[in-house]
Design a protein around this ligand. Sequence first.
Ligand SMILES: O=C(O)C1=C[C@@H](OP(=O)(O)O)[C@@H](O)[C@H](O)C1
Ligand SMILES: C=C(OP(=O)(O)O)C(=O)O
Length: 430
Amino acid sequence: MTATIAPAPWPAPAAPGPLDAVVEVPGSKSLTNRYLVLAALADGPGRLRSALLSRDTYLMAGALETLGVGVDLGHDVAVTPGPLRGHVTIDCGLAGTVMRFLPAVAALADGPVHFTGDREALARPMGPVIRALQALGVRVDELGEPGHLPFTVHGRGAVRGGHVDVDASGSSQFVSGLLLAAPRFEQGLVVRHTGPTLPSLPHIEMTVATMRAAGVHVDDSRPAIWEVAPGPVVGRDVRVEPDLSNAAPFLCAALVAGGTVRVPGWPTQTTQPGALLPGILERMGATTRLDGDVMTVTGTGDVHGVDLDLHAAGEIAPTIAALAVLADSPTRLRGIAHLRGHETDRLAALASEITRLGGQAEQTADGLVVTPRPLTGGTWRTYADHRMATAGALVGLRVPGVLVEDVATTGKTIPDFVGLWDAMLRGVAR
Ligand SMILES: O=C(O)C1=C[C@@H](OP(=O)(O)O)[C@@H](O)[C@H](O)C1
Ligand SMILES: C=C(OP(=O)(O)O)C(=O)O
């Protein structure tokens, strides 16, 4: 028997005083992985500049290479499409974008493609993707709990396409994953969302925008229906925007510690849901300003509670919840029931960790109510969830003695979170 020794927890540093920092936030996970998939399906070579290089994008690049695509991870990422090959295994890790975007691509491969992932990944919902592919005539064998990893997609080199219904109330990625491969289906594809709610619409708009930029015709003029015409995907040279959701903990630090944090490269127009941050942070006590492409957030150390529907931007909810713990009034977060299917059940995880430090947080049917109380230090568990780790870092700015377990889990979407965090606290530009 081999014993695994868990690394020591990370003592989250306290804020040394008001901040004055410039933080260069790495590229967007969501854009990098969409651009990689589209480049793999394209009619010629493509290149990604300022791409995110972190666990989720390495997993996507590795999976595409396994399928026969050339991916050269240099300073820029060069992608050379090739025939998609089967009789391979794809490791999805814990990346929603890999497990939800690649099954429809695998249906175009010339043989079976086996999908597996981390232990935590086996709990994430996959049923709507599997059922949609089956409805389109693709054989998918489920090898574990139905509707979950692991499973095998039996690629046959081509997919006819047509119409498909999908309930995407559990994740917008169910829709995005079908749309991305659809221009390569013989008849294209019409996807209709049938569920009661639709989270993360900006991420579906991001899918549509990146596809259109690659020359694909997508009609999204009807609510909850997307029609993709068959046709070539153009190989392109693209620049990836910084990840605005990953900017969140750094910008929130300015509210907690006081002072100013600036993030360069902030796009004036974007489909990233992190674009909602400045408005949210203003409601919570910040002043924000966009000068050219530099987002500046200034805080006083006073944080106010809010009542927020975050269904469009669920991935920033853990960060906002951490901020809410340090506020001067209660916060209610709504519209985020689907967070139960993220890297972990984030509503349960946040409620437990906040409560463990002496705080008050109750789960509701579709969110969380946080009532600020004086907190004490202790272990902040992270459940393999990068956003739980960055939330712990934020709480630790104000609460002495917070020990963040497995801070390395931030490597899912940020290559050096601790380095960037320390540099921010030293107030130096990186
Ligand atoms: O398509 C994407 O890139 C994403 C969509 C969202 O998923 P959900 O709709 O499951 O929240 C988001 O939370 C995730 O971080 C990234
Ligand atoms: C939900 C998230 O990730 P994933 O792409 O794995 O779904 C996230 O990054 O907050």
